[in-house]
Design a protein around this ligand. Structure first.
Ligand code: UDX
Length: 452
């Protein structure tokens, strides 16, 4: 067993995936959540949500060393019985789109309560996404006030941003491309570095550890998500340029652009826009934060606006192809924000449905291989939920491909001809071979128009 034990305060994607990965490497972990049901599931060795490879890892821990991963409903106890505490609470978006630090505040208070009675040095690590200044001015201030202890003397303080993508959380945790450690002082950073040197071992040969101050580390995370969102929006802007003249194909253009070693081709796939729990939340949070400091960001405003407009644009394309769609049936293939998940948060499908309804298009059939249930929670009776691709396409006048699931990749033009009333198809993710489909059925793909 490793010499330091860790409490993980918050059991979402970051918290539970880290907890499982640490426990699987002989580090004693006490996770903590106020949700009793969730804690019971974790203690039973069951993942409370779906994430690739997580259940297998939890099975392995349960079989080989169950004492290494326990989940409490008492964060104070978890802090008292461990050497390092990691805050992995959510930082959701408020109604005004700024960051909600409520869970971070209450967790800092709980850590303060615990440290009040603890004499041994304890390391506190913020791993949630928080706007610059939060770790020092909010988390540490609360801990100081509640515990009467001093950062740098009684407790250490670090901020370590997390770059996990959903569906890859375990893989991303085990094989990061860098570890960023924001530190209050040398001692805090050195202790966290030592912890990761143990955890990652040889992997660190290909993975630099960057040490910096707390505020810079906080901004690194926003730097990442804002640049990735900007890359997608940039590809979408060029998709819209591509549609201004025949023969330009945005996929080929982005391939050409991305091969520049200074750019790289990832996150240059044009389409109906980005969704998910992080990009909107984080871009909006840092935008609201910079505005509150007197610097409204024109760049990020444009990134979000162009992203939202892609949903309007795909409906424009559909009506160019199929004529006015009010009174007709429209099919949405895919509802989740990306393949491999049932997560509907900020999914492009929501914006597309709202745009269809705004234009009086009420007969909407949706189908998602995994997200029908979560979509129904989000969209209610705004659309109908088909149980199969065939049912979704039945008697439809226009199909819009929204999420690039493998299940849709295998469809051929004949499948659309067979099931639809009129086989109009708009490819919102550039999933299909352009020539094959364009030669066979009325077809449009974002970022390309018919050859002259
Ligand atoms: C993202 C970041 O990748 C991750 O580092 C961060 O910690 C959390 O946010 P995630 O939201 O899980 O992860 O998904 P990601 O795979 O990044 O995709 C986000 C959205 O962008 C999806 O809707 C996807 O369809 C869209 N996307 C992605 C594009 O439209 N084009 C692309 O080229 C890439």
């Amino acid at each position: 067993m490793y010499k330091y034990s860790v409490s993980i305060l918050g059991t979402g994607f970051i918290g539970l995936c880290s907890a499982a990965c640490f426990a699987d490497k002989d580090i004693k972990v006490l996770a903590s959540t106020h949700n009793r049901k969730k804690a019971a599931l974790i203690n039973d060795g069951k993942a409370p949500f779906y994430e690739a490879d997580l259940q297998e890892m939890m099975d392995n821990i349960k079989k080989n060393n169950p004492e290494f991963l326990q989940c409490l409903t008492d964060p104070i106890k978890a802090v008292l019985e461990t050497d390092i505490s990691m805050i992995t609470q959510g930082t959701p978006m408020r109604k005004d789109k700024s960051i909600d630090l409520g869970f971070i505040e209450s967790t800092a208070r709980e850590i303060g309560e615990a440290l009040k009675t603890k004499d041994k040095y304890h390391l506190v690590v913020v791993r949630s996404t928080v706007v610059p200044g939060t770790t020092r001015n909010l988390v540490s201030k609360i801990i100081e006030e509640v515990s009467g202890k001093q950062p740098g003397i009684d407790y250490g303080l670090c901020m370590q941003p997390e770059f996990l993508a959903e569906g890859r959380s375990i893989e991303d945790t085990l094989q990061p491309d860098r570890i960023v450690i924001g530190e209050f002082d040398e001692k805090s950073g050195a202790m966290l570095q030592e912890f990761y040197e143990y955890f990652y071992g040889d992997h660190l040969e290909n993975c630099p550890i960057l040490r910096m101050n707390l505020e810079s580390a906080e901004l690194v995370k926003y730097g990442n998500n804002c640049l990735l969102s900007t890359k997608i929006t940039y590809a979408n802007e060029f998709a819209n340029f591509a549609e201004l003249v025949p023969n330009v194909d945005v996929s080929q253009v982005m391939k050409g652009v991305g091969l520049d070693y200074r750019i790289n081709s990832r996150f240059l796939r044009a389409g109906v826009g980005f969704g998910g729990s992080c990009f909107h939340k984080d871009v909006n949070a840092i935008k609201a934060w910079s505005k509150s400091k007197g610097y409204p960001s024109r760049l990020l405003e444009a990134v979000l606006d162009i992203n939202d407009d892609q949903a309007i644009h795909i409906v424009d394309i559909a009506e160019e192809l199929a004529g006015k769609l009010a009174g007709k049936r429209v099919t949405l293939l895919g509802l989740a924000f990306k393949p491999g998940t049932d997560d509907m948060r900020e999914a492009a499908s929501i914006r597309v449905v709202n745009e269809l309804l705004k234009r009086g298009i009420m007969d909407i059939n949706g189908f998602d291989p995994k997200a029908n249930e979560t979509a129904e929670i989000e969209l209610g009776d705004k659309i109908k939920y088909a149980k199969s691709i065939e049912e979704a396409l039945k008697d439809s006048d226009c199909a819009l491909l929204i999420t690039e699931w493998d299940e849709f990749k295998n469809l051929k033009p004949d499948d659309f001809k067979k099931h639809m009333k009129n086989p109009n198809l708009v490819d919102g993710r550039r999933l299909y071979d352009y020539d094959e489909f364009n030669n066979a059925i009325p077809f449009r793909a974002m970022g390309r128009i018919n050859l002259a």
